[in-house]
Ligand binder design. Structure first.
Ligand SMILES: [Zn+2]
Length: 451
């Protein structure tokens, strides 16, 4: 592979900036220097920030199975344009990723079509307990548990408590994390029935009050502790759930959590204004919840920002509040939004980069390989220009267009994006080829387990 050098940057390394650049050889960072020297390709950063590419642990690229919503080409193009250089894709594709053969089939189907590196998450559901070990061997990045019956629920139905515990035990054996969408199924069903005929968008929130999440988080924390499983709570939405996670950690249990930009930046006041563009599950809640999550992100109690990028067609997002598809696109704008939080002083830049990149990489066992700018690491790099702009829906590369952030002012422009040493985005335009590679979690060492 050819060499690349980036000059005149403010390089984020070891938790601070230095003026200089990096030299990349064979897809890895070969040197950090004031003057990184000549190379086959030379980029002038013109004073822009050079930061590690983001790792988004939660995307739905709908591939295979639903190309009208998204495919790996469009989803990963959106990721690259947003400075997200590694994604973990969720298993509720068609067919669902339930065993080693569907895992391998999906890996084969999407290989050669991704502009960013990708890992694949496997499902853990009532039908596939016997397949957990082989899915881990095949390279599953995590196992996804749904505690409520989603619309595209597998034929085997939802997890009862005994099955949940058994599955967590099977996953614990592998050392791979259990990622949980935590909502109480019975309360979701009752809430939806209660609000079925409501015409206002806040009905979505009323149908899934905080208790819906809190109960399922409490239960999965208890069960994961019993099973010895590493628990990761997806898209945390409430202050009360966060308090449960912090309490479990104080007791010595390893529990990690992610939050989406919309749960960190928006609250229930948005429903009237944004309508379908704020409808996802679990719902965006009160200002108190949002504030607690934001503080949790700042303190590190919430480990990572992940988007739950979940595209739907415009038709799927049209209709009554409780009838439309839930899910929003997010992977293209998460880095600009979170960097703006830092540049406007509401979060440290160190924590923004950590939550977007370093921390999720560490959780996946990629310490020193991804999420950092240091010699030997993958050259997954993002040049960010500090300039004000307004997020424009027409710039989305995803096939889904539903997002609450169109029209939002940001102060960070993702200028150039390098994945594995290849320039995928130049001057905010996709210029690369789908050369992203399949990645698996790092060695599941005791160090990783503590991460
Ligand atoms: Zn999701």
């Amino acid at each position: 592979m050819t060499s690349l050098s980036i000059h005149n940057a403010r390089v984020w390394a070891d938790g601070r900036f230095f003026e200089g650049g990096v030299r990349v050889e064979d897809g890895r960072i070969a040197a950090l220097a004031r003057d990184p020297g000549k190379a086959d390709t030379v980029l002038d950063a013109a004073g822009a920030m050079l930061i590690p590419g983001a790792v988004d642990m939660h995307v739905h690229f709908r591939d295979p199975g639903s190309p009208h919503k998204e495919d790996f080409g469009t989803g990963s193009a959106a990721a690259a344009l947003g400075g997200v250089t590694t994604v973990l894709d969720m298993p509720n594709t068609k067919p669902a990723v339930l065993d080693a053969s569907s895992f391998t089939a999906k890996r084969t189907a999407v290989s050669g079509r991704s502009f960013v590196d990708f890992g694949l998450i496997a499902a853990a559901d009532p039908s596939n307990q016997a397949h957990i070990a082989r899915l881990a061997e095949a390279g599953a990045a995590a196992f996804k548990f749904f505690t409520y019956e989603r619309r595209d629920a597998p034929p085997a139905g939802i997890l009862d408590d005994a099955t949940l515990l058994d599955l967590l035990r099977a996953v614990a054996e592998t050392g791979v994390r259990a990622h949980v969408h935590a909502e109480n199924d019975s309360l979701v069903k009752a809430g939806r029935a209660r609000e079925r005929d409501s015409g206002d968008w806040s009905a979505h929130l009323r149908s899934r009050p905080a208790l819906v999440e809190e109960e399922a988080v409490a239960r999965t924390i208890l069960f994961a502790r019993e099973a010895g499983a590493l628990l990761h709570v997806c898209h945390l939405s409430s202050a009360r759930s966060l308090a449960l996670i912090e309490r479990a950690r104080r007791s010595g249990q390893i529990v990690t959590a992610e939050a989406t930009p919309q749960h960190l930046l928006l609250d229930e006041k948005g429903y009237a204004l944004l309508g379908a563009d704020l409808i996802m599950v679990p719902p965006v809640r009160t200002e108190e919840d949002r504030g607690a999550l934001h503080m949790g992100l700042a303190s590190g109690a919430i480990d990572a920002v992940a988007t739950d990028h979940a595209p739907h067609t415009d038709d799927d997002k049209t209709g009554a509040p409780l009838a439309i598809s839930t899910g929003l696109v997010g992977v293209q704008w998460s880095y600009p939004l979170m960097l703006t939080e830092a540049l406007e002083g509401r979060l440290t830049l160190a924590r923004a980069i950590d939550a977007m990149s370093t921390r999720p990489a560490t959780m996946l066992g990629w310490r020193g390989k991804k999420g950092v700018i240091q010699v030997g690491a993958d050259a997954d790099l993002v040049l960010v220009e500090q300039s004000a702009s307004v997020l424009d829906r027409s710039a989305l590369a995803s096939r889904g267009h539903s997002t609450p952030f169109a029209g939002t002012r940001v102060r960070a422009r993702i200028r150039d994006v390098i994945v594995g040493g290849r320039v995928q985005v130049a001057d905010s335009q996709l210029v690369g080829a789908p050369t992203g590679v399949f990645v698996t979690p790092g060695v599941r060492s005791p160090e990783t387990r503590k991460a």
